[in-house]
Design a protein around this ligand. Structure first.
Ligand SMILES: [Zn+2]
Length: 84
C-alpha cells in the first residue's frame, strides 16, 4: 500500500442510528450517524413509519384522497354506462 495517500482506517467504527441501534463496522469514519437502518426500516420491520419533512406527508395524504375520489368517480361513471 502506498504511504500517505490512504485515510486512517477504523476496523471498529461505529454506526449510530436515530432509532438507537448501533453497529460496528470497518470504516474510515470513526462515527457515522444515520437516520434509518435495517433495524427500523419499514422494509425490514413490516411497519409503516413516516419521517415527515415540512408537511410533505400531509400533502401526500391529500393527494391520495383526491386520487381515490377520482377513481370512485370513474367507477360510478362506468357503472352508469353499463346500465344504459
Ligand atoms: Zn434504525
Amino acid at each position: 500500500m502506498k504511504q500517505g495517500i490512504h485515510p486512517k482506517y477504523y476496523p471498529k467504527a461505529k454506526i449510530k442510528c436515530a432509532c438507537g441501534a448501533e453497529f460496528t463496522v470497518g470504516s474510515t469514519q470513526k462515527l457515522t450517524e444515520v437516520e434509518i437502518c435495517s433495524n427500523c426500516h419499514p422494509l425490514y420491520t413490516g411497519k409503516q413509519k413516516f419521517i415527515d419533512t415540512a408537511g410533505r406527508l400531509e400533502r401526500y395524504e391529500k393527494m391520495l384522497a383526491k386520487s381515490s375520489a377520482l377513481k370512485k368517480n370513474i367507477k360510478d361513471k362506468t357503472k352508469k354506462n353499463k346500465t344504459k
